[in-house]
Design a binder for this molecule. Structure first.
Ligand code: F6P
Length: 362
């Protein structure tokens, strides 16, 4: 009999419970015991664990969030914490761990695996920016929520003849803004991959107004930033990995606060742009920052199914002792890839897709 740990780390994401449920159900089939590690890596530092049974996971499939909690804890910020993690894995006889997380959580998994810990990964993030997998679960739900918001904002923008800026999540990659912008028919989509020129955005909006369209919807990712150099509130996301290859320098944020992985807290670019538009165009402009609404609540059917497939496949990887790997969706198949590959670089928006979306700008 094996004893398997499961943890969820980083920002929560619709579908986490669906993965947990699948991991538990599949493990029970193999007669393994499943231990929920509370609050991500923190649970392995403090030793806070709970037994998960078929009963515990009953009814959790449609529930948002994670029943075992999450946190942005990085044990590698402190050598003693790394030792505690390793000691607790031994102390509680955990044979292998299913690590459900995004680039930060999986980067810890990768380092621990190199130190001899048996684990497998499951790609989680609404941002959809992990390499090697076509999609992460949670992304589809976030896109649906933002699309619905854009649909709703259309009617109020049109009635008031306003510009409405919709700020979506997307730190290093603008997948949510792009997909929801296409689905919702946004008149402009601004993403971190393509720094924007404020005046060029205004010019396109003016052309739209001149054609008789007296309102506009701009879908933008929180990580989008202007090219213009003379910004007073300029900040750099100096995190050492993952997003660094994008080389952002003009991030607009409300605070300088960083999490345990060095991510600066984003938010504010929508308000910045709205002010610029009002100033330059003299058109009433409003901002909707969707924030954590995109991460909360029930997952779509697509995410429930993907999360379930990922959970089952992760248990199979453990059965085959294929450690250090992560389940990934490629085409319609779930395949194993190295965790290292998934975190090696940020999967940015497909520029063919973005070019297609531009047909509908203005
Ligand atoms: O997990 C990714 C993400 O959703 C980013 O898009 C966003 O910048 C960040 O999480 C927000 O994190 P928090 O919940 O810690 O504010």
């Amino acid at each position: 009999m094996k004893r398997i740990g499961v943890l969820t780390g980083g920002g929560d994401c619709p579908g986490l419970n669906a993965v947990i449920r699948a991991v538990v159900k599949k493990s029970i089939q193999y007669n393994w015991e499943i231990i929920g590690i509370k609050n991500g890596w923190e649970g392995l530092i403090t030793g806070e664990l709970e037994l998960l049974t078929g009963y515990t996971v009953s009814g959790i499939l449609p529930k948002g969030g994670t029943i075992i909690g999450t946190s942005r804890t990085n044990p590698f910020n402190n050598e003693k914490d790394v030792q505690r993690v390793i000691e607790n894995i031994k102390k509680f006889n955990i044979d292998a761990i299913v690590v459900i997380g995004g680039d930060d959580t999986l980067s810890v998994a990768h380092k621990l695996h190199k130190m001899g810990i048996s684990l497998v990964g499951v790609p989680k993030t609404i941002d959809n920016d992990l390499s090697g997998t076509d999609f992460t679960f949670g992304f589809d739900t976030a896109v649906s929520i933002v699309t619905e918001a854009i649909d709703r904002l259309h009617t109020t923008a049109e009635s008031h003849h306003r510009v409405i800026v919709v700020e979506a999540m997307g730190r290093h990659a603008g997948w949510i803004a792009t997909m929801a912008g296409i689905a919702g028919g946004a008149d402009e989509i601004l993403i971190p991959e393509v720094p924007f020129e404020i005046e060029a955005v205004c010019e396109r909006l003016r052309m739209r107004y001149n054609q008789g369209k007296k309102f506009s919807i701009i879908a933008m990712a929180e990580g989008a930033y202007p090219i213009e150099k003379k910004l007073t509130d300029r900040k750099t996301d100096d995190k050492e990995s993952f997003g660094q290859n994008i080389g952002k320098t003009n991030l607009i944020t409300q605070t300088n606060e960083k999490d345990a992985f060095g991510n600066i807290r984003l938010g504010g670019i929508g308000h910045f742009l709205a002010k610029e538009i009002e100033k330059r165009m003299n058109v009433e402009t409003r901002v909707t920052v969707l924030g954590h609404v995109q991460r909360g609540g029930t997952p779509t059917a697509h995410d429930r199914i993907l999360a379930t497939r990922f959970g089952i496949a992760a248990v199979e990887l453990i059965k085959n002792e294929d450690f250090g790997t992560m389940v990934a969706l490629q085409g319609n198949k779930i395949v194993p890839i190295e965790i290292e590959e998934a975190i090696s670089k940020c999967k940015t928006v497909d520029m063919d897709l973005y070019e297609m979306a531009k047909l509908f700008f203005g």
